[in-house]
Design a protein around this ligand. Structure first.
Ligand SMILES: [Zn+2]
Length: 418
């Protein structure tokens, strides 16, 4: 019994010592910062990246940079500084899926600071001027390991500052790396095509491929959740809604799996990968290239942003039509932003970054709890092939394994999993 007590006391003292040490590191850093401070005007976690923008109300002529700093280390963060009237402002990237790559950060406590000077350095803290609060992030599973990152907005000795607290953590049961969404389901069979006298439905084919994909991703060590694993219908919004699940599970990526179709006879097939706005297309390009190796790139020219990659968005006319329709239904029009993503699995999953608008104002449509969230999965929608184009359908029916492999390999390459 005495030994147990002794052990508890020693562990307690050790933890207290670590706490004091971290605290004194922060105190030391805070002692040497300027009185005035930068302020954040926006920030978000989208996929695996933390992206920020902010300003200070003065001109700074010297060299400036954004850094993550603790007593032992100073990591320079790629960012752009510019003058705006009497302010000095910065941003990490204008692409929403760039910024600080969270999965590369080492464990420890860091402050996010602005550094000024060439020989003699000054540091500024950054204050949160937005309505958003602290963020919580789990890194993608690698070799069975994860880090938990808390991005905390703190106040000490009248100094506002941002702290990154990074520690080893096991993924909680309800947190996943990736969510795969097999399109449609239940009464909603999606599109269909006929091959050798048999009718094939999109909802069934996408489920088959998603089940294979899940298995492959788990084999490379990722924790994967499907929005549905049988032939059931899913509402987009509300409890268990497919547009909410990727964020309910705090996943980093959401991939919706669909098959394309068009009215009339198709003269071409091929892959179309649908993406959010203002992003770096690296991952989308990888996905489209690997799937195109099976079915080729689609020849569709509208909304194309790169080979096999597409961005559909709300035009002014779309918004007017939507408003008109809502008024006819005696409902309140939604706040839809021009040029924001059109497809709900892109728009609603991405929250504030992608112009999600299902905010609950019309009970009939339900509510997306993440419509204004600044911490969301990065969504993609894959139209793997055309179900009503004979050559494509033949490949989908006979090579489901190949499609799952193409998607899995893209993820493996993009996440750098060996
Ligand atoms: Zn579909």
């Amino acid at each position: 019994m005495k030994k147990v007590m002794m052990f508890i006391i020693i562990v307690g003292l050790l933890l207290w010592f670590i706490f004091l040490k971290n605290n004194s590191d922060v105190n030391k850093l805070l002692k040497n910062v300027e009185d005035d401070e930068f302020y954040l005007e926006d920030y978000s976690i989208f996929g695996q990246h933390f992206n920020v923008e902010g300003c200070i109300d003065k001109k700074i002529d010297d060299d400036i940079s954004l850094v993550l700093k603790n007593r032992n280390e100073e990591i320079k963060i790629e960012s752009t500084f510019y003058e705006d009237q009497n302010k000095t402002c910065f941003y990490t990237s204008q692409k929403i899926n760039e910024g600080i790559y969270l999965d590369d950060l080492k464990q420890g406590n860091y402050l996010l600071l602005i550094k000024e000077g060439t020989n003699n350095y000054k540091y500024y803290t950054i204050k949160n001027k937005t309505n958003y609060k602290d963020l919580e992030y789990y890194t993608v599973t690698r070799n069975n390991k994860n880090n938990k990152i808390d991005i905390l907005f703190k106040l000490k000795n009248k100094k506002d500052y941002i702290e990154f607290n990074i520690k080893n953590s096991k993924l909680p049961n309800n947190v996943y790396d990736i969510v795969i969404d097999p399109g449609h389901g239940g009464n909603d069979v999606g599109s269909s095509g006929v091959l050798n006298g048999t009718t094939y439905y999109e909802s069934k084919l996408t489920l088959d491929i998603s089940l294979l994909l899940k298995e492959k991703l788990e084999n490379i060590g990722l924790k994967v959740k499907l929005t549905r694993d049988d032939d059931t219908y899913l509402d987009p919004y509300g409890e268990g809604g497919r547009a909410l699940l990727p964020n309910d599970y705090k996943s980093k990526y959401s991939l919706s799996i669909h098959l394309n179709s068009s009215i009339g006879n198709m003269t071409y097939g091929g892959v179309e990968v649908y993406v959010p706005n203002d992003i770096n297309y690296d991952f989308a390009n990888l996905l489209s290239k690997n799937i195109a190796d099976i079915v080729g790139y689609s020849k569709k020219a509208t909304d194309k942003v790169s080979k096999g990659v597409y961005y559909t968005y709300f035009t002014k006319q779309d918004i007017e039509d939507s408003n008109q329709e809502m008024l006819e239904k005696n409902m309140k029009p939604f706040d839809i932003k021009e040029n924001s993503p059109y497809m709900y699995m892109i728009r609603e999953v991405g929250g504030a970054n992608t112009g999600a608008y299902i905010d609950g104002r019309n009970a009939y449509y339900g509510v997306n709890n993440y419509y204004n969230s600044n911490n969301t999965a990065e969504p993609y929608l894959l139209e793997l092939a055309y179900i009503n184009y004979y050559d494509d359908l033949r490949k989908v029916v006979n090579n489901k394994e190949e499609f799952a492999k193409a998607i899995c390999n893209s993820i493996k390459d993009y996440l750098n999993i060996s």
